[in-house]
Design a protein around this ligand. Structure first.
Ligand SMILES: [Zn+2]
Ligand SMILES: [Zn+2]
Length: 200
């Protein structure tokens, strides 16, 4: 799954890249700097079927089927008091500036007879064009905590705390493993003794 990723340079060379080099820039032997797209796009370009990764799919599937969040506190399995929601931005589509040359025909100013007298005057304008690679891959995991685990966990807004708690859930742990650069964001902690079974 993690092997055989590559990008193709404008010179035609195939540059092998690692998963960790997704959404970065690598240099080719020819001297060109080549933008590496985000992981899912990189996989797609490398001919791997999965557009989103296994981890993203399995989390979405588990949430969709009601397996996540689990009914109990993720740390001690006690009856939960809080539902914690957070956001994991696995990868962002990123914009790379490139330059295109737009040609504007100024000969059009000279109509009628003048058009015949003056050779067409061309002016090139350089314009910054934004090229987007890949797309955002965002997952919104939620999990439950009991009051005492919530109190001992520390500040959930701290990424380290959130990461540690998310890792307690195998699907989330896999997600963070596949996307070591993922951005974690705490959304809310809702007082919610309700379990999945009660909600449905
Ligand atoms: Zn090259
Ligand atoms: Zn607990």
């Amino acid at each position: 799954m993690t092997t055989d990723l590559f990008i193709t340079c404008a010179c035609g060379s195939r540059i092998p890249v690692s998963q960790g080099q997704a959404a970065s820039v690598v240099s080719c032997e020819c001297g060109r700097e080549c933008a590496v797209p985000g992981l899912s796009e990189l996989r797609r370009q490398s001919g791997q079927d999965a557009y989103t990764t296994n981890a993203v799919e399995s989390v979405h599937k588990a949430i969709g089927e009601g397996d996540l969040p689990g009914p109990n506190c993720i740390q001690c399995q006690a009856t939960p008091d809080y539902l914690i929601r957070c956001r994991v931005v696995c990868e962002r589509s990123f914009a790379k500036n490139s330059t295109s040359e737009d040609e504007a025909h100024f000969g059009a100013f000279f109509l009628g007879i003048f058009g015949r007298l003056f050779s067409p005057l061309w002016i090139k304008t350089r314009e910054q064009v934004s090229v987007t690679h890949g797309r955002d891959t965002v997952v919104e995991p939620s999990f439950r905590l009991c009051r005492s685990c919530q109190a001992s966990a520390g500040n959930l807004r701290r990424k380290r705390t959130l990461r540690r708690l998310l890792r307690l859930v195998p699907q989330y742990a896999q997600l963070l493993h596949e996307y070591p650069q993922a951005k974690l964001l705490f959304l809310e902690a809702r007082e919610s003794p309700v379990t999945n079974a009660d909600e449905s």
